[in-house]
Design a protein around this ligand. Structure first.
Ligand code: 13P
Length: 264
């Protein structure tokens, strides 16, 4: 099995002020110490510069929540991947279910964003997941397969080399309902197998995060599943103590985490 380093990513969504972001990023940076898991925070784009002043000299990595698939152009309100690189971003979340549902992003657009992020030298975190209705009507595999295939179609298996997947069942996001460790593991395994059929090595190395009401009290059980390589955390990432407790859960359940700060 590949030596997959756990990743705990905080998706701060539309929250914070310049000062609260600096405070939260500082508390996380101080606590991150040498946990041996990779830690990432994703504030809104206008807060990236402030966050960078804090995490720039710490083991904590910086990411964005979204970006355009275009490099430049008449696209009012958009932010390009190259612009995010200038603010120290190493990751960009692509295709979060909130963007798919509320901003009508198609899997094809999400795939184009992933390629743009990689072209700029960063790593996309491709979000996939089913709604409650899709789960109840037995469509989990079909839905997730089509979300993955949209990227395979345009980028091939190579698009999965520098990429993280986040499985976020829509019904578990912000609801307090979590997929059981067994439910999450089953989907993670299915995702890995689908990629591994294209290339066993890529499938084995692919980091697959779970997201959806991860809290300090359910994190360890989720992270101890063999195909769960960390988490994409929403609400609990807005509180440094909770977020660090989740990072610690990943550190204690990870059998492959190197000791010391993750390499930049
Ligand atoms: P919650 O952890 O608040 O459920 O949010 C999950 C999420 O959407 C992370 O991207």
């Amino acid at each position: 099995m590949a030596n997959r380093q756990s990743l705990i990513a905080g998706n701060w969504k539309l929250n914070g002020t310049r000062s609260s972001v600096v405070k939260l990023a500082s508390e996380i940076s101080v606590g991150a110490g040498s946990l041996g898991v990779e830690i990432l925070v994703c504030p809104v784009s206008v807060h990236l510069a402030d966050a960078l002043t804090v995490v720039g000299n710490s083991p904590v990595h910086l990411g964005a929540q979204n970006c355009s698939d275009a490099v430049t152009g008449a696209l009012t309100g958009e932010v390009s991947a190259d612009m995010l690189v200038e603010f120290g971003c190493e990751y960009v979340i692509a295709g979060h279910s909130e963007r798919r549902a509320l901003f009508h992003e198609s899997s094809e657009q999400v795939a184009a964003k992933c390629l743009a992020v990689q072209k700029a030298g960063m790593t996309p975190i491709l979000c996939v997941g089913e709604t409650l209705e899709q789960r109840e009507t037995g469509q989990v595999e079909t839905v997730i397969a089509s979300q993955l295939d949209a990227l395979l179609d345009v980028g091939g298996i190579d698009a999965f080399r520098q990429l993280v997947i986040a499985y976020e069942p829509v019904w578990a996001i912000g609801t307090g309902k979590t997929a059981s460790p067994e439910q999450a593991q089953a989907v993670h395994e299915m995702i890995r197998e689908r990629i591994a059929t294209q290339d066993a090595e890529v499938g084995d190395a692919l980091r697959i995060l779970y997201g959806g009401s991860v809290k300090p009290d359910n994190a360890a059980l989720l992270f101890s599943q063999p195909d769960i390589d960390g988490g994409l955390i929403g609400g609990a990432a807005l509180d440094a103590e909770s977020f660090l407790a989740i990072c610690e859960a990943a550190a204690t359940t990870s059998d492959s985490a190197p000791i010391g700060s993750p390499a930049r």
